[in-house]
Design a protein around this ligand. Structure first.
Ligand code: G3I
Length: 337
């Protein structure tokens, strides 16, 4: 039987295809929930596990929304990517406007990691332990964590996460470092240093937020994945979306489909790439229009949850990849794109 959902095709290939998810929509929109569990075998909490939402006061955690997503994932046999333990954005006010000593900053960070990663220990497939710590020029971003603790904050964060959840694969996650260039060289240098110090890091997340006319060349993405693989690291495409200029044309949707397919092909061809996550379920709730005025339509389901050409491009490639892995199925023709 030829798989007719992204999830079934990814399962047949032993690949993970995920979506960023908002627990508040699970109850509000049945079609959101059914698309999430029907088309994806993995989910990433889009916001509810970030320090601001989950740890709003120094002595208070709000685990409810994250717990709801964990329950949904368990009920539908989906893996969860934890996102994210240490980031300079969406930090709780109590955490970001303080003048602590480096020791106090480190303790607060380690306490946060122990509480959040510890709560879900054994249930998270991969954690984005540190998000976006590298600046465009490849140097360490001057985040509150770097200013508060110093460059060792990354090592401390990964060690604390591993102590809290030894089962989770621990990732460094960033944008603009998917292909080759100063920033991806900076990420390579960072993870190599961590590995040299026996820091428990297992993978690098390539966010892949791109637009139709500005994206990393798939060949360079492949080269970057390969050089990370040479360090023994896993890679995952963690936040893929391809924003289009409004008004959206048929030609743009077709080019978007081609780009989605090319990015998935690069991931499927890389032995160390284990997953691809879309940064949202459908265009109705994408972050893009709120952050990029005049851009939208970035995902593979439209605002009415109808599959777009990009959906069919992903399905076709996943089915083809699955057939390649099962020689007996060579004859199975992929669904029309
Ligand atoms: O929850 C509050 C709500 O109570 C309030 O009424 C409303 C208006 O102020 O804001 C709501 O919080 C918003 C949150 O999304 C949840 O919707 C924040 O303002 C808004 O800034 C936040 O945006 C998120 C953004 O990260 C923050 O930087 C996006 O949804 C989310 O998609 C985006 O995701 C990031 C990844 O985590 C890291 N990689 C880049 C990616 C895109 O920026």
């Amino acid at each position: 039987m030829i798989p007719n959902t992204l999830r079934a095709a990814a399962d047949a290939r032993g690949f993970r295809i995920g979506a960023a998810a908002d627990p508040g929509l699970l109850e509000m929109e049945p079609e959101y929930a059914s698309t999430l569990c029907g088309q994806f075998n993995m989910l990433t909490p889009e916001n509810v596990m970030k320090s601001g939402p989950i740890h709003p006061a120094s002595d208070r955690y709000e685990f409810g929304p994250a717990d709801a997503l964990m329950r949904f994932a368990r009920r539908h046999d989906m893996q969860v990517r934890g996102h994210t333990l240490v980031w300079h954005n969406q930090m709780a006010d109590w955490l970001s406007h303080r003048s602590w000593t480096p020791g106090e900053w480190r303790s607060r960070m380690e306490e946060h990691i122990a509480a959040v990663a510890g709560r879900y220990a054994g249930q998270i497939a991969a954690w984005d332990v540190v998000n976006e710590a590298i600046a465009d020029d490849g140097s360490l971003r001057a985040s509150p964590w770097l200013k508060g603790i110093g460059p060792t904050y990354l090592e401390s964060a990964f060690r604390a996460a591993h102590q809290a959840d030894p089962a989770a694969r621990l990732f460094y996650n960033d944008y603009g470092a998917e292909g080759l260039g100063a920033k991806s060289d900076g990420v390579l240098h960072l993870v190599r240093k961590l590995l040299d110090r026996d820091v428990p890091i297992h993978g690098v997340g390539l966010q892949m937020h791109v637009e139709l006319n500005d994206y990393p060349l798939p060949g360079q993405v492949a080269d970057n994945m390969e050089r990370l693989g040479r360090l023994g690291l896993e890679v995952q495409i963690t936040e893929l979306d391809v924003r289009l200029p409004q008004p959206c044309s048929t030609a743009a949707l077709e080019r978007q489909a081609q780009l989605y397919g090319d990015i998935l092909d690069a991931g499927l061809a890389a032995p160390n790439c284990t997953a691809l996550t879309l940064w949202g379920v459908s265009d109705r709730h994408s972050w893009v229009p709120g952050f990029f005025h005049g851009w939208d339509h970035a995902l593979v389901f439209d605002a009415e949850y109808r599959p777009k050409p990009a959906y069919h491009a992903l399905l076709k490639r996943l089915v083809q990849a699955g057939c390649k892995d099962r020689p007996g199925e060579q004859g199975a023709s992929p669904p029309p794109s």
